[in-house]
Design a protein around this ligand. Structure first.
Ligand SMILES: [Zn+2]
Length: 151
C-alpha cells in the first residue's frame, strides 16, 4: 500500500477517531445533532467529516422522507461508519445536505493536547477554522479523566 494522505484537525482538544484504526474522522465540535440512529444504535450528525470515502449515491426512504445518501467508509480500514446526505427532497430536511451521520459504535472520542497536534504539520492549514470558536467550555471538564487512558 502506498502513502495514505490523512487530514487532521487543528486547535481542538478532542476528536473522534475510528474505533478500528484510530484514524481521525471528525470532532465533537462538528456535531450538529445527537438524535440520529443507525444500524448499531445511536448516531450523530456532523457538519464536517474527514478521512472518509463515500460509496455510490442511493435514494432512500427514511422516516423523515426521501433522501439521496451514500455510505461513508473510514479511508484507512474501509469500515463503513455511517452515511452522508447528498440531497434531501423534503424541504424541512434540507439542513442535512452535505452533512454526515456517523454511528457512535464505530468511533471513539480521544482527547488531545492542543499544543501537540502538530503530528502532521503539512496538513494543518486546511482544517477547521470554523469549529475553533466553540472550544473553550465544552469538553474541558471530562478531559482530565480521559487523558489517563490516552497517554
Ligand atoms: Zn478505520
Amino acid at each position: 500500500m502506498g502513502f495514505l494522505h490523512l487530514e487532521y484537525s487543528e486547535g481542538v482538544d478532542a476528536v473522534y477517531v475510528c474505533k478500528n484504526c484510530n484514524t481521525h474522522l471528525t470532532t465533537p465540535y462538528d456535531i450538529v445533532s445527537r438524535t440520529f440512529h443507525g444500524k448499531t444504535g445511536k448516531a450523530y450528525l456532523f457538519s464536517n467529516v474527514m478521512n472518509v470515502q463515500t460509496g455510490p449515491a442511493e435514494d432512500k426512504h427514511l422516516s423523515t422522507g426521501l433522501h439521496q445518501v451514500r455510505d461513508i467508509y473510514c479511508k484507512q480500514c474501509l469500515q463503513v461508519v455511517g452515511w452522508t446526505y447528498d440531497l434531501a427532497y423534503v424541504e424541512s430536511e434540507k439542513y442535512k445536505e452535505g452533512k454526515s451521520v456517523i454511528e457512535k459504535f464505530y468511533i471513539k472520542k480521544k482527547y488531545v493536547n492542543t499544543y501537540t497536534t502538530t503530528k502532521d504539520e503539512k496538513n494543518l492549514q486546511s482544517q477547521h477554522n470554523t469549529s475553533q470558536m466553540s472550544i473553550s467550555t465544552a469538553g474541558i471538564s471530562a478531559r482530565s479523566t480521559i487523558l489517563r487512558s490516552t497517554t
